[in-house]
Design a protein around this ligand. Structure first.
Ligand SMILES: Cc1cc2nc3c(=O)[nH]c(=O)nc-3n(C[C@H](O)[C@H](O)[C@H](O)COP(=O)(O)OP(=O)(O)OC[C@H]3O[C@@H](n4cnc5c(N)ncnc54)[C@H](O)[C@@H]3O)c2cc1C
Length: 384
């Protein structure tokens, strides 16, 4: 097959998946967005339906029950979800690119056989714990420890701000196994929900992304067998950085979807809302805002798909995924801000959709590395 035919097939598959997600979101998510947001309901049943559609194992090969697709299709699916509800997009992103992808990338065949089919089908929801109360950006300095005891490891400590920290059936947990402030001092483990000594803690009451559960994970003398270790002792932090390279593409996609959703509402409203006897879109001040938003969204799209394509080609993507995440997340915040402005007073009211985009967008400049940390990552690669 020529590369052109392969590329066309990839485009067709990506479009088909995007259409499927669009239809699903219109039927199964849009009617409930406001309720879930207000009550902070994490819709486990909707996650299961995403699993049935193959959206919880997008990158997982078919032999493990996944969809066996690439980042281009994955990005398209998250964009479509996030146009309707960023919170569901965030949950899909965390499940796929953090927990599931960590096991896929660094698990041994036994671990992959045990966990990937359950995660890819949505039978189990996954969590990924790196962040701790005192170590977010400085994650390499984590306090949660895993101590070797015969054939087991004993975990003590806590992780916070973890997506699906309470409801996740299984978590990849990164814990310190070496001396503080030394290189290669962390190791990754898979911990199942019903393991003694592992519990969910406080569920956070958030500004946005409220239907995506964010909670603490607590470990108190939590004993797990060495067979639950992912990869080599000491490789946990380096593994996490590699996982975040892919994860940031999903946050770029999430940002892009939020920006597109907010923009589409603003574009429509600007043509409907009449002031001074004409649609507000006729005022140059509003038309130019729309022009600027459309232009920056297009640039965010190009950066995001560039990172996705590099990842699919197996090329290094650290700089490009950080650039895509940095830029797209800031475009999402700016777009949602301007969408509220275009809606005027109605933008500030919960009966209209844009105030939620405004609240949801802000997470994108924080999760999986803040904008400041993306600039650290990018500048380090520019200035070796
Ligand atoms: C809704 C939500 C979901 C999340 N899901 C997960 C998850 O599933 N798993 C997980 O492990 N984590 C998760 N997180 C945690 C998230 O990744 C962290 O919040 C993020 O990395 C920032 O860490 P912090 O909150 O401790 O902020 P801090 O690191 O304390 O940063 C505070 C401020 O200081 C700045 N700063 C810090 N260091 C530097 C520096 N070197 N240079 C310049 N500025 C700096 C930051 O940019 C920021 O502006 C989630 C967070 C949220 C809010």
């Amino acid at each position: 097959m020529t590369s052109e035919i392969v590329e066309n097939q990839v485009q067709d598959t990506a479009q088909l998946i995007a259409q499927t997600v669009r239809d699903f979101a219109a039927r199964q998510i849009r009617p409930f967005v406001r309720d879930w947001d207000e009550s902070q309901h994490f819709p486990l049943e909707t996650m299961r339906q995403l699993g049935e559609l193959g959206l919880l194992g997008v990158l997982v090969p078919e032999e493990y029950g996944g969809s066996g697709l690439g980042y281009r299709e994955y990005v398209g699916a998250i964009v479509e979800l996030a146009k309707v509800d960023g919170a569901i997009g965030l949950s899909m992103a965390a499940h796929n690119s953090l927990c599931t992808n960590h096991i896929l990338t660094f698990g041994n065949p036994g671990q992959k056989n045990k966990y990937l089919p359950k995660l890819a089908t949505g039978e189990w929801i996954g969590a990924w714990g790196l962040t701790e109360p005192n170590t977010g950006s400085d994650a390499g300095n984590m306090k949660t420890v895993a101590v070797r005891d015969g054939d087991d490891w004993v975990l003590n400590g806590s992780k916070n701000f973890i997506t699906h920290g309470k409801s996740g059936h299984v978590a990849v947990v990164i814990a310190r196994t070496g001396a503080p402030n030394t290189a290669h001092n962390a190791t990754a483990f898979v911990v199942e929900r019903d393991t003694a000594g592992f519990s969910g803690g406080k569920k956070e009451d958030k500004l946005g992304m409220r239907a995506s559960e964010t909670a603490e994970m607590l470990f108190q003398d939590c004993r797990i067998p060495d067979s639950q270790r992912l990869g080599e002792v000491g490789d946990g932090f380096v593994q996490s950085l590699k996982i975040l390279d892919g994860g940031r593409i999903s946050i770029a996609a999430l940002s892009l979807g939020i920006a597109m959703g907010a923009y589409e509402h603003a574009l429509k409203y600007a043509q409907e809302r009449q002031q001074f006897g004409q649609p507000i879109a006729r005022f140059q001040a509003i038309a130019f805002k729309l022009a600027d938003l459309a232009t920056t969204i297009e640039a965010a799209k190009l950066l995001t798909y560039q990172a996705a394509d590099l990842k699919d080609a197996g090329k290094p993507v650290t700089k490009e995924s950080a650039m895509a995440k940095l830029y797209a997340s800031e475009v999402a915040v700016k777009t949602a801000d301007e969408a509220v402005q275009i809606f005027g007073g109605y933008g500030y009211i919960k009966d209209f959709p844009v105030e939620k985009f405004y609240r949801d967008a802000k997470l994108c400049t924080i999760g999986e590395g803040t904008s400041e940390i993306q600039r650290v990552v990018i500048s380090r690669l520019l200035l070796p």
